[in-house]
Design a protein around this ligand. Structure first.
Ligand code: NAI
Ligand SMILES: N[C@@H](CC=O)C(=O)O
Ligand code: NA
Length: 449
């Protein structure tokens, strides 16, 4: 590492592992904007080695003059490499081996791999600090949006109380296409894959896991708490049907997959002890809320600071260009001598914060049941709500566009109440032969999120 602020005249020598959507984007960006990048970094940024699965594949970028490594982990040992950039993916496996080897040798490490940072970020940050190297991952959270930098640097003076937003471009692309054109879920997912937005295994996107990875990282940066991915309660969008989108529209809402992290200063009965609530779920978002207007692969992150007030970071959350922009911004920071801790505070100062019980949280909820179309079903659902103390604000039977085959939908919105009451009502309905599938539960995002 260079000393902070010191510019050197030798190029920053970079090895890139992974030459897919993001890797080739990085090569194109470093070439196309070479002059301005050098002017801003103070030195040229030179790619000295690359590695991927297939050497001969035509990627639309010339890599013939760059050293090739069949085994990407070998790049960590090369003398002509100052920084290793990992754009392969996977929380474990070769990406993790490469990270450990690079940081273990005191080489800085730049990655877009949120799965790895969410699962092993604390270990890697400690290794970076021990080796006086940098670990940087702007591309890992919300693609091209400089939200890691924004929270770590721009909002550094604030106590952050809440972070929430749209953290997965693929899900947002699917939900907003279903909403605007009535597009089919599976077809739209295929489009997102073809455009390079989706993960290698798109279940990570659809099931909310990718958003959960990003949320866990953001919470660590925003709150200074140790990353705890296992504490993120996560529900994806697979159960959202066209009828839910239509029903939400009638009620004045759109559906968005929202990640939300709250640092709670003290739960009832445990005053003074901080607890962390981290959740990813499809939510109903009022059409007037700024997040309702976030469409396609765009991401948006809201952070509430105690002096800054509400900050909104918005931009492309996926795709080759935006993600490459974030990777190269990290490289420019390294060339400029950035030696900050990977998160907002040194890892030794990051505290493990216990997970909060969401049961006491107040809110309104959208519940949708698929039921057998026969008398008495509505009464059964209403009775479960009554017995659990859930007050119903509205109840509808959305039309099914597909062939219903004796099935009907019941959608209801609750009045504001404790989440545990809704959970209790659903427990009371468990096993009921009136229900033909698991209910869909979507919180209604409050005005302040
Ligand atoms: N595509 C996007 O919009 C974004 C992707 N990311 C992250 O960036 C990383 C890369 O994503 P993409 O470029 O989309 O993936 P990709 O699938 O297009 O490219 C992956 C590259 O890694 C190589 N690779 C995979 N396994 C390998 C192995 N065992 N040994 C050597 N090379 C191997 C492949 O040959 C390919 O060149 C992932 O961690 C992803 O989560 C982050 C933000 C946005
Ligand atoms: N698969 C991810 C890519 C960026 O992180 C997404 O869709 O957001
Ligand atoms: Na980012």
């Amino acid at each position: 590492m260079t000393d902070a602020g010191q510019l050197h005249d030798k190029p920053l020598r970079v090895a890139i592992a992974g030459l897919g959507t993001v890797g080739t984007g990085v090569i194109r960006l470093l070439r196309e904007n070479a002059a301005l990048i050098e002017a801003r970094a103070g030195v040229p940024i030179a790619i000295t080695a690359v590695s991927a699965r297939d050497r001969s594949r035509d990627r639309g970028v010339d890599i013939s003059h760059i050293a090739w490594e069949d085994d990407m982990t070998a790049m960590a040992a090369r003398d002509d490499v100052d920084v290793v950039v990992e754009l392969v993916g996977g929380s474990d496996g070769p990406a993790l081996v490469l990270a450990r080897q690079a940081l273990g040798r005191g080489k800085s490490f730049v990655t877009a791999n949120k799965a790895m940072v969410a699962m092993h970020g604390m270990e890697l940050a400690e290794a970076a600090e021990a080796g006086n190297a940098a670990l940087k991952f702007e591309a890992a959270v919300a693609g091209g949006i400089p939200v890691v930098k924004g929270l770590r640097e721009g909002a550094a003076a604030n106590r952050i109380e809440r972070i929430y937003g749209i953290l997965n471009g693929t899900c947002n692309y699917i939900l907003s296409a279903m909403e605007s054109t009535g597009a089919d879920f599976a077809e739209t997912l295929q489009e997102a894959q073809a455009l390079g937005y989706a993960e290698a295994d798109p279940a990570f996107d659809i099931d909310g896991v990718d958003a959960a990875h990003k949320l866990a990282i953001l919470a660590a940066i925003g709150f200074g708490s140790r990353i705890d991915f296992s504490a993120v309660a996560c529900t994806g969008i697979a159960a959202v049907r066209a009828a839910d989108i239509a029903q939400a529209d009638v009620l004045g809402y759109v559906i968005r997959l929202i990640g939300m992290a709250d640092m709670l200063d003290g739960e009832p009965g445990a005053v003074g002890e901080a607890k962390l609530l981290q959740r990813v779920r499809p939510c109903l978002v009022h059409k007037r809320h700024p997040l309702a207007h976030v469409t396609g692969p765009t991401n948006a992150v809201v952070a509430e600071g105690n002096f800054s007030g509400r900050l909104l970071f918005q931009g492309a959350g996926a795709g080759d260009g935006p993600t490459a922009s974030a990777v190269v911004a990290d490289l420019i920071d390294l060339a400029r001598g950035d030696t900050y801790s990977p998160f907002s505070v040194p890892t030794r100062a990051m505290e493990a914060v216990p997970a909060a019980d969401p049961g006491g949280r107040m809110g309104r909820t959208y519940l949708r049941f698929t039921v057998t179309d026969r008398p008495g079903v509505l009464a059964e659902i209403a009775a479960a709500m009554r017995d659990a103390g859930v007050s119903i604000e509205s109840l509808n039977q959305p039309a099914l566009s597909e062939n219903a085959g004796g099935e009907a939908l019941v959608a209801l919105v609750t009045h504001e109440g404790e989440e545990r009451s809704v959970t209790r009502a659903l427990e009371l309905l468990e096993g009921s032969d009136s229900l033909t599938g698991p209910p869909l539960v979507m919180p209604i995002l409050k005005d302040r999120g």
